[in-house]
Design a protein around this ligand. Structure first.
Ligand code: ZN
Length: 125
């Protein structure tokens, strides 16, 4: 990834090993969203290695470096979702149940892969 004013190497790196293969194109898209949102965006997950995905039982979407989970809820989640879709994020995961501090939106810009990966799409946790 490249240096920028909004997101740090650390917050986009794998939580287990510190590796970071976050996509520059996705980062540019994320920065466009952040500039329009014009409020802090707390990233609770960016790049993840395969071992980390396996250990937490998640899909492999974060291993592409094209996915983030943003801690956000309520009205801010509504606003962020609209901007993210307009800026071309095509995979939207919605976790908006339970305590507000545990709520988040997953955003990715993966390409569809026939038989494997549908985009655009929305799912819930
Ligand atoms: Zn790791």
């Amino acid at each position: 990834m490249f240096d920028n004013d909004y997101f740090t190497e650390k917050e986009l790196s794998c939580r287990c090993c510190g590796n970071n293969h976050f996509s520059d194109d996705t980062l540019r898209r994320l920065i466009r969203v952040r500039v329009r949102f014009n409020k802090p965006m707390v990233i609770n997950s960016g790049y993840r290695c395969r071992a980390h995905c396996t250990s937490i039982g998640s899909t492999m979407t974060h291993t592409t470096g094209q996915a983030v989970d943003v801690s956000v809820s309520g009205g801010r989640a509504y606003e962020l979702l609209g901007i993210a879709i307009e800026e071309g994020f095509t995979g939207i995961g919605v976790k908006q149940k339970g305590a507000h501090k545990g709520r988040f939106l997953h955003l990715d810009d993966l390409e569809p892969i026939p038989g494997e990966c549908t985009r655009p799409t929305v799912w819930s946790y």
